[in-house]
Design a protein around this ligand. Structure first.
Ligand SMILES: Nc1ncnc2c1ncn2[C@@H]1O[C@H](COP(=O)(O)OP(=O)(O)OP(=O)(O)O)[C@@H](O)[C@H]1O
Ligand SMILES: [Mg+2]
Length: 361
């Protein structure tokens, strides 16, 4: 097990800067997920680490060793892609054995390692089949086996589950996480799916335009997003962003004055910029019933859209000319489009950002 350290990795393709001073430390045995929208540079980062492309600038250390100058095969890194092409004419056994044969391992050594890996992945009874006789999930397991059988130092995965259907994807992400922990291999896993990232990661690195916006545990990035980009990228439906300002001890949200209760004066002590942004997650907005006692911020709004999502329902509420998404439990949904309702926001659930979107604490 080794750790991976990347310093100021930059990759330019002509005018395009795919990676811009990308830096990250991955601890030995850790599963780090790299999460970000399409085109933000995830694949470029992983390809530089694997040695498939050369960075324009920056250093890559595996353990204490700088590996920039090493060829891919000398880096001892395994990679699994979205298209995990298995060799169609070979049996599953030979597919998994292939990397060991290439390294001229002895027959008995190969046999022992292939069986051990197949058992770990629960595919021992499939070893005599050909790839076309397997399901998508089984093929994915074989691809993992083939990548890991030679016991590499580092495991890189680039959206390995995106070809699978939703149910299998959920199942496989749990399997990959368990396997990674069992083997204890340092892993960098790429996805643009925030749920996949949250469920698998020891830590998540959120990327935008070639660099990292925040690195933290799933809990940290959800509860303490560094900026509005991270706030909105993690969580579904996305975090509401509301413009805010403070004048004469009144808090204005959605251009409406909200009188601050004495107990909430701490708000005034925050280092708020004259204009700021309040983030509130749809799940943290409350719909107040007439009989409720609620001491936070209360606002009237009109229901303009209702979206049923299974366990939850998203309600879009228009407040003045702005709108706010509210997540409610299905069973408790007595609302209709056009209803006037009162919503509540607790001060403790509000995230504050300056007008450029950086978190204020
Ligand atoms: N070989 C290349 N030549 C020129 N530009 C490239 C090349 N490869 C990638 N790019 C550009 O670099 C940027 C980052 O691409 P990259 O493939 O790393 O994104 P990504 O985060 O993996 O996206 P996705 O989620 O869609 O896979 C994009 O703007 C892309 O168009
Ligand atoms: Mg990619």
């Amino acid at each position: 097990m080794v750790d991976l350290k990347i310093e100021n990795l930059t990759k330019k393709y002509g005018e395009t800067t795919a990676l811009d001073k990308f830096s990250i430390d991955i601890k030995s045995g850790e599963l780090m997920v790299l999460l970000g929208p399409s085109g933000c540079g995830k694949t470029t980062a992983i390809r530089c680490i694997a040695g498939l492309i050369a960075p324009t600038n920056g250093q890559i250390y595996l353990g204490n060793k700088k590996v920039n100058e090493l060829s891919p095969k000398d880096r001892d890194v395994a990679m699994v892609f979205q298209n995990y092409a298995l060799y169609p004419h070979m049996s599953i056994h030979d597919n998994i054995a292939f990397p060991l044969k290439m390294r001229k391992k002895s027959k008995s050594d190969i046999q022992e390692k292939v069986i051990k890996m197949a058992e770990l992945l629960g595919i021992r009874d499939l070893l005599d089949r050909k790839p076309k006789e397997l399901s998508g999930g089984q093929m994915q397991r074989v691809a993992l086996g083939r990548a890991l059988v030679r016991e590499p130092k580092l495991f890189l995965m680039d959206e390995p589950l995106s070809n699978l259907d939703a149910k299998l994807r959920t199942h496989m992400r749990t399997e990959i996480k368990k396997l990674q922990k069992k083997i204890g291999i340092t892993t960098l896993y790429i996805t643009h799916d925030q749920v996949e990232a949250m469920s698998m990661a020891d830590r998540i690195a959120i990327m935008k335009n070639g660099n990292i916006q925040q690195i933290g545990t799933p809990t940290e990035v959800y509860h303490q997003p560094n900026n509005t980009f991270v706030g909105q990228f993690i969580g579904n439906p996305q975090m509401n962003l509301i413009s805010g300002s403070i004048k004469d001890e009144s808090l204005f949200l959605f251009s409406q004055p909200i009188i601050i209760q004495p107990v909430d004066k701490t708000l005034l002590e925050k280092k708020l910029t004259p204009k700021f942004i309040v983030g509130i997650r749809p799940r943290d907005v409350i719909i107040i019933k007439e009989t409720d006692i609620f001491t936070g911020i209360r606002l009237d709004g009109t229901v303009v859209f209702i979206e049923m999502l299974g366990d939850d329902t998203t309600v879009e509420v228009k407040i003045g000319s702005d709108s706010l998404l509210v997540t409610i439990n299905n069973i408790l949904n007595p609302f209709h489009v056009g209803d006037i309702i009162e919503i509540g926001i607790e001060y403790s659930k509000m995230h504050f950002f300056d007008d450029e979107g950086t978190r204020i604490d």
